[in-house]
Design a protein around this ligand. Structure first.
Ligand SMILES: Cc1cc2nc3c(=O)[nH]c(=O)nc-3n(C[C@H](O)[C@H](O)[C@H](O)COP(=O)(O)OP(=O)(O)OC[C@H]3O[C@@H](n4cnc5c(N)ncnc54)[C@H](O)[C@@H]3O)c2cc1C
Length: 359
């Protein structure tokens, strides 16, 4: 038996892959449903379709352009191919795939701790003991499974705050705003769901609400709903397993430090773990490639964290060049090494930003 804690996208996807191969899989989810509350903006690259079909069931918009705005309001528009998810529908789609293949879901079941090689789960009727051959922590950024298995470390987080708003939007372009006065250590965004609604928000390490309220006031849209959550910052010292306990997705801090995106890498980790269990391979070794790429994102974030306004203005100006735009459009930004290499060859001035990494 395999017990998966958390029926978010990574837990359900892992459950689906294992159940499909005949394993007895139980998913334990603390909430009464999956996919709520929403704690995500929902932008994904086309790499998502390695894991699921391009379906209108959960894709509600697509983008062919991102507008990148500098602190002095100059901007560059980059052609892209990205998609917007309805997270509640997406999480339910993946859960249903798992259930259709024989996995079992236990809602209102909250993992508390490990005792004598069993998981102690709190239910409405009281505590139950769960014995399994493998325990998988897919329980998000503040993973109790990671804490209980001593795999938590000194995690760092970005705090994300977002509002769904009503207004008029160019529906196939999303906008990002950079600068220390807007969202230090990250960026702010306006992501249209349609011509009339959008998700607007930002993430920072501290004082998030102050920056967020300022941003909301500056844009002055009618707010429909507030959302928010934690984005774990990838740590390459993070262990992903201990004995028969494994971590995937946000529970393992597998997010891109440049954008906060964790869906594609999280699903990739779920796939690698399922394959490792099925084939008896070493999960940590098998994650080497995604971890290497996440470390590159971390290094890029480190450079951006040391940018001043002038650096952002210079970088965003360079992004106006066709040769740069072609690379950004065509290369894989989830796994960015090749893209960075091509950028450095086509625009060697970008290498000057490397000295920012050492401050
Ligand atoms: C503001 C914000 C914006 C984001 N925008 C993007 C984006 O645009 N693109 C992108 O790719 N990523 C984005 N992310 C990141 C993305 O949301 C996560 O990477 C993704 O949700 C990780 O999936 P997961 O299954 O690992 O964890 P989660 O989605 O967090 O799922 C964890 C599940 O475990 C359950 N759980 C937790 N504790 C327990 C417990 N003790 N017992 C039982 N169940 C438990 C939870 O209820 C939840 O259902 C964003 C995150 C934030 C906060």
């Amino acid at each position: 038996m395999i017990s998966i804690i958390g029926a978010g996208p990574t837990g359900s996807y892992c459950a689906y892959l294992l159940a499909k191969k005949g394993f007895e899989v139980h998913l334990f989810e603390e909430h009464p449903k999956t996919g709520l509350p929403v704690q995500c903006t929902g932008i994904v690259t086309k790499n998502l379709f390695k894991f699921c079909p391009k379906s209108k069931e959960f894709i509600i918009n697509n983008f062919n352009k991102v507008q990148v705005v500098a602190p002095n309001n100059s901007y560059s528009e980059i052609p892209i191919e990205e998609y917007l998810l309805d997270r509640t529908s997406f999480d339910n789609y993946l859960l249903n795939k798992a259930l259709d293949n024989g996995a079992q879901i236990h809602f209102n079941h909250k993992f508390k701790e490990f005792k004598n090689n069993k998981a102690i789960i709190k239910t409405k009727e009281g505590l139950i003991n769960n014995k399994a051959n493998f325990f998988i922590g897919a329980d998000g950024p503040t993973s109790s499974v990671a804490k209980q298995a001593n795999l938590y470390n000194n995690r760092e987080f970005l705090i994300g705050m977002q509002a769904r708003v009503r207004g008029h939007f160019n529906e196939n372009t999303f906008i990002t705003f950079f600068g220390k006065r807007i969202a230090p250590n990250f960026f702010a965004w306006v992501v249209p769901e349609s011509k009339t609604t959008a998700r607007i928000g930002l993430a920072t390490k501290t004082h998030t609400n102050t920056y967020f309220q300022y941003f909301l006031r500056a844009l002055n849209f009618q707010t429909l709903e507030y959302q928010g959550g934690l984005i774990p910052i990838y740590n390459n010292k993070q262990r992903l397993k201990k004995d028969n306990i494994f971590l995937i997705g946000d529970a393992a801090t597998l997010t891109k430090a440049t954008t906060g995106g964790g869906l594609v890498t999280g699903l990739e980790s779920a796939k690698i773990l399922a394959k490792s269990i099925i084939k008896g391979r070493d999960y940590e070794k098998e994650t080497k490639k995604i971890r290497f790429n996440l470390q590159i994102h971390k290094k890029l974030r480190n450079i951006l964290d040391n940018f001043n306004d002038k650096d952002y203005i210079k970088l965003i100006k360079m992004m106006k060049q066709k040769k740069i735009q072609n690379i950004l459009k065509n290369e894989n930004r989830d796994f960015p090494l090749k893209m960075l290499f091509k950028l450095a060859v086509k625009e060697p001035r970008l290498l000057k930003f490397l000295k920012k990494a050492h401050r």
